[in-house]
Design a protein around this ligand. Sequence first.
Ligand SMILES: O=C[C@H](O)[C@H](O)[C@H](O)COP(=O)(O)O
Length: 262
Amino acid sequence: MTAELSPNDKAKFVAAKRAADFVEDGMKVGLGTGSTAAWLVRRLGEMVRDDGLQIKGVPTSTRTAELAREVGIEVITLDEAKWLDLTIDGADEFDSDLNLIKGGGGALLQEKIVATASDRMIVIADIGKQVETLGAFPLPVEVVPFGWQVTQRLIEEALISLDVLGREAALRMDGDAPFVTDEGNYILDLHLNRIGDARQLAMVLNQIAGVVENGLFIDICDTVVVGFGDGRVELRDVKKGKVDGDLPEAPESDNLFTDQTD
Ligand SMILES: O=C[C@H](O)[C@H](O)[C@H](O)COP(=O)(O)O
């Protein structure tokens, strides 16, 4: 089916397509979650089907696992893989140090486990995800359901002691019930506006007993492939800074914009 993509979807698509160029035969690849990562999974599926690419994928959520199987990618568990060559995932925000906020789709725990078990993490994002300072996007924190309101209060007290702007830790809902992650936990979204010291906040949050993990990815991402609504792509590398034209151009014959959106 041919569909005209919105500029935002086009940006996500071109970023995903370029990032797929990093995937090589024989690799074990972490597959992210979300609308941008879904483009990547579909692209890798095409490469498996049309080009004979041989990879094993470790999904970061049940929905990514379903999509990966649907498009013909061999899916294995992280324990079977043991270690990954590369993880490619989306993000909700990235800053100039390539630190991230993730978890808008509730998959942050598996995403962080998979990304930190990889030689390299590449993030794919539309330019709208780039920020000067992290925090405009509510920071997801995964907490165990047992005693979650006590955990919520302890988080809010920690935010006050850190003098972090905005202190509301809101339980994420799915209709009338709490949103439940793939690991059976809840998500508290921290409305902070601006995170001055993301490293410190990440450490403080993870010291609270009911907190399983937080959505700050500090020093984990190596490269961001940024997509623009006009089809341009830029590469940001943690070691090299901004790098342009580092990747091969998409072949003329590629029908870039005929896929369906997520
Ligand atoms: O839990 C979800 C993930 O962290 C996503 O990678 C993140 O929310 C970005 O999603 P999207 O590509 O849909 O904006």
